[in-house]
Design a protein around this ligand. Structure first.
Ligand SMILES: [Zn+2]
Length: 403
């Protein structure tokens, strides 16, 4: 399930001149399954459809979800005039889904109900692909194990979020919520843990490619699809970290251009990727989000002027004042170059940076004050990312469990 998507999908969509919704992207991802079937992807459609229906529909049996000891037949919508049938276990499919539990247990079978091969037949009336994603979760959850270290996972999460809502699956929603917090944290502490994990991954990409032929950029979640996902599902608490991540990526680093088919990549793309440059799917950024990004970047610039306490809070010894001025200029330069305010402040809170400040003439007392100031500043910045990027309040909707 980890590799549903090929790099060309988004390109094809972008060529239409409109910004596709997540459903379009997921649909495109699914279409790619039929073109390039992969061993781990089980969701596929058989071509042969049996004209069995008494109500004008064409019916097709599922090969994968047709259990000899199943005690119920469920049907889902395959096409406009065709349904797909699944012989499954009433109890098993009801455990994870409140909706199916209510439908299959609260209404007793009666003599007038539709039957198929002697078993009760229920129509769930949902898209067969969504229903099969649900059945995959029920019967083969290992097929839905999604790596947090894959740039495409947010697209699959869009499908899973929808399925979890459609079938009212508390367990799946909780799993999704845990994953999203892991990749797009809403606290500075979690953000720092994430940074450490990413630094560890990045340390494995010192050569041109990983042993598996993937680049660092393949392994880290791509932020624009993520923030589209959060917008569409009102998962506001993850928006700030996604926007912050995006603010660190150059607008010239286009995900599609850099990830074209490996054989067609330009030498420059390969060089950028092997230099561990991150990219984003800039073509998918909405106008609204462009504005949010600009506002956040502007705020970060303003903040970069106040990374050190004002002089009236520190000593006036000339070597210390001179040393502080030098440190401030270095920080300004680094923020201007790398934009990673949180990362730069993190460095200056560490012992190594304190030694540097002492060497530059800053007195020990001021070094201590500067360190304390930067720690608080960092926390303040992270806590106010939503405000800086002009995003909805993270407390407006805090997790997938509000579905
Ligand atoms: Zn001092």
């Amino acid at each position: 399930m980890n590799f549903w998507l090929s790099g060309n999908i988004l390109w094809d969509l972008r060529a239409t001149g409109t910004i596709p919704g997540l459903d379009d992207l997921v649909a495109a991802a699914r279409r790619s399954i039929y073109v390039n079937p992969l061993p781990s992807v089980e969701i596929e459609m058989d071509i042969a459809i049996q004209p069995l229906s008494s109500d004008g529909y064409l019916w097709q049996r599922s090969e994968r979800f047709w259990f000899a000891d199943g005690d119920i037949i469920l049907s889902a919508q395959l096409t406009e005039n065709a349904r797909k049938l699944y012989r499954v276990h009433r109890l098993r499919v009801s455990v994870d889904s409140t909706r199916l539990h209510e439908a299959l247990f609260n209404v007793p079978d009666n003599e007038n109900m539709e039957m198929y091969e002697g078993l009760p037949l229920y129509h769930v009336m949902d898209a067969a692909l969504d229903f099969e994603t649900f059945l995959t979760y029920v019967y083969d959850p290992q097929d839905l194990q999604i790596s947090p270290y894959d740039s495409n996972t947010c697209l699959l999460y869009s499908t899973l979020l929808r399925v979890s809502k459609t079938y009212r699956m508390a367990g799946l929603r909780e799993e999704l919520s845990t994953y999203l917090e892991f990749v797009w944290p809403s606290s500075l502490e979690e953000w720092d843990q994430r940074t450490l994990r990413y630094e560890t991954i990045a340390s494995h990409y010192t050569s041109t490619e990983s042993p598996e032929g993937r680049y660092l950029d393949d392994c880290l979640a791509e932020p624009i699809v993520a923030l589209r996902l959060f917008r569409e599902h009102d998962l506001f608490k993850h928006l700030p970290s996604a926007f912050y991540e995006l603010s660190l990526i150059s607008p010239t680093a286009d995900w599609h251009a850099m990830h074209e088919d490996p054989g067609r990549q330009s030498a420059r793309s390969r060089w950028l990727l092997s230099s561990r440059i991150r990219s984003a799917r800039w073509a998918l950024l909405t106008t609204e989000d462009h504005m949010c990004l600009h506002k956040g970047l502007r705020q970060m610039q303003i903040l970069s002027l106040t990374m050190i306490p004002p002089d009236n809070e520190l000593c006036l010894a000339p070597p210390c004042v001179h040393g502080r001025l030098y440190i401030q200029l270095v920080i300004l330069h680094e923020i201007n170059r790398f934009r990673d305010v949180l990362g730069i402040l993190r460095y200056y809170c560490q012992d190594q940076a304190k030694q540097t400040m002492l060497r530059e003439g800053v007195c020990a007392e001021c070094v201590q004050k500067i360190g304390d100031f930067m720690r608080k500043k960092r926390q303040h910045i992270f806590d106010n990312l939503a405000h800086f990027f002009d995003l909805p309040s993270p407390r407006g909707n805090t997790s997938t469990d509000t579905a």
